[in-house]
Design a protein around this ligand. Structure first.
Ligand code: GLU
Length: 444
């Protein structure tokens, strides 16, 4: 059975970049009837916060990306310690005492000599006496995994065949001097013990994958299939990393973006398939194909979410909006017409309140100087409400008759005077929702 996981660290809110990872893994499981695990990577007790765990769950639930199982790394520390012991017993794990400043200096020297800044494994050459001395002087060291200096190869689900020379990679630190287990080993143990078959994550993890493949193999397991999706950039190709903070899913939700819009865009963006609005995760899953995604950075423009959001709203039947419309204070007898009038003139649900305010309180009329007399004359011909489906036709016919205006010269100034806008819903419909707009226009 296919098993995938989404493994966020609860150190902040999840954003569009994380969503891509979550969604790809979710869809792979969904398409094959497999399992999707939500794994909370909370081995860092200082930076991990419970409020972020709750926020991550809320965001995923909002999108319908529900998980079959939830796992927490903080509850599995004994498993990681056991794996560390096994690596130690195999001679694949060694303690090192360089300070960050010393490591930095080494890196600078290597770069100056035109060499890649790879950890020089000096700690491997330490005698037992030297280690004892360092331990008493500096306390515990960090623990590094000793890579086999061979080529590490895998068939990446997106990048194709990858081959990385392990000698060009530093032996990764798996346990910090304070004993904190790091993600690299925790992830290996979890993926192995939880039977994860497919891992999709960002291409910033490619080097991790290389080292993790060696760890998994050393621990006697078979690596899952790996795929690395490209990272998102801004619309101009600019790095998005700094702006991701403003692209948190909860901010998008706050701005009125509909889940279907986000899912439809993110499941296709960066692939050779067109972005089309899909109304359910099943439909999104249907055409999803990892092999259609490219390795080039993917341009993301938050503005693309709004036309999709609008399209989703246009498609909603009145029944789905009834409660929301009632909550705005729209009277029951006007509610269905209100939705008919508004649905094609909103981008986000929040726009409905503005339309209702306009119908209820009247708009600030928009009247060009040259239309002042015309509007005054027209308003004199406006009968008292309430208005019905015929009212607009009768009213404009009378205005045409009295002023001789026709076409755009007739309709546009009236629309602007009554709604304060140049564009908008059919005026025959609008008129039926008006009680007080004319009052404002009349006052001009
Ligand atoms: N917690 C890691 C991250 O958020 C997970 C990476 C992975 O998928 O293995 O980057």
């Amino acid at each position: 059975m296919t098993v995938t996981r989404f493994a966020p660290s609860p150190t902040g809110y999840i954003h569009v970049g994380n969503l891509r990872t979550a969604l790809f893994n979710y869809l792979i499981a969904r398409k094959t009837g497999g399992q999707f695990i939500l794994r909370i990577d909370d081995t860092d007790p200082e930076r991990s916060k419970e409020e972020y765990v709750d926020a991550i769950k809320q965001d995923l639930e909002w999108l319908g990306l529900t998980w079959d199982r939830i796992e927490r790394q903080s509850a599995r520390l004994d498993r990681y310690a056991e794996a560390a012991d096994r690596l130690r017993d195999m001679g694949r794990f060694y303690e090192a005492w360089e300070t960050p400043t010393e490591l930095d200096l080494k890196r600078k020297k290597q770069l100056n000599m035109g060499k890649p800044p790879v950890y020089d494994r000096a700690a491997l050459a330490l005698s037992e006496d030297e280690k004892t001395a360092l331990r008493s002087e500096r306390g515990n060291g960090v623990w590094r995994f000793k890579l086999d200096q061979t080529r590490i190869e895998w068939a990446d689900g997106i990048l194709g065949n990858i081959s990385i020379d392990a000698a060009s990679v530093s032996d990764p630190v798996l346990i910090r001097a304070d004993g904190q287990v790091l993600y690299t080993i925790a992830s290996v143990v979890d993926d192995t013990e939880m039977g994860v078959t497919h891992v999709v994550r960002g291409s910033d993890h490619v080097t991790n994958t290389a080292t993790q493949i060696q760890m998994i193999t050393a621990l006697g397991a078979t690596p899952p299939s790996f795929a690395h999706h490209s990272l998102l950039t801004g619309p101009q190709g600019e790095a998005l990393s700094k702006r991701l903070g403003t692209l948190a899913l909860r901010d998008l939700r706050e701005q009125g973006v509909e889940p279907e819009a986000l899912l439809s865009l993110m499941a296709r963006l960066g692939s050779s398939q067109p972005v089309e609005l899909r109304m359910s995760l099943d439909e999104v899953a249907e055409g999803f194909d990892l092999s259609q995604f490219g390795s080039a950075p993917t341009k993301f423009d938050v503005q693309d979410l709004f036309p999709l959001t609008a399209r989703k709203l246009h498609a909603l039947p009145f029944a789905d909006m009834q409660d929301e419309i009632a909550a705005l204070g729209v009277p029951v007898d006007k509610a269905e017409l209100f939705w008919k009038v508004c649905r094609e003139n909103i981008t986000v649900r929040g726009d409905l309140a503005g339309w209702w305010a306009l119908f209820r309180d009247g708009a600030e009329p928009l009247i060009a100087d040259e239309d002042r007399d015309f509007i005054a004359q027209a308003m004199g011909l406006l009968p008292d409400g309430p208005y019905d489906a015929e009212s607009w036709g009768k009213f404009t016919a009378a205005v045409k008759e009295a002023t001789g205006r026709k076409g755009k010269g007739l309709f546009m100034p009236l629309r602007k005077a009554l709604t304060g806008q140049e564009r908008g819903p059919d005026m025959g419909d609008v008129m039926q929702l008006l009680d007080k707009i004319p009052a404002k226009a009349l006052a001009q």
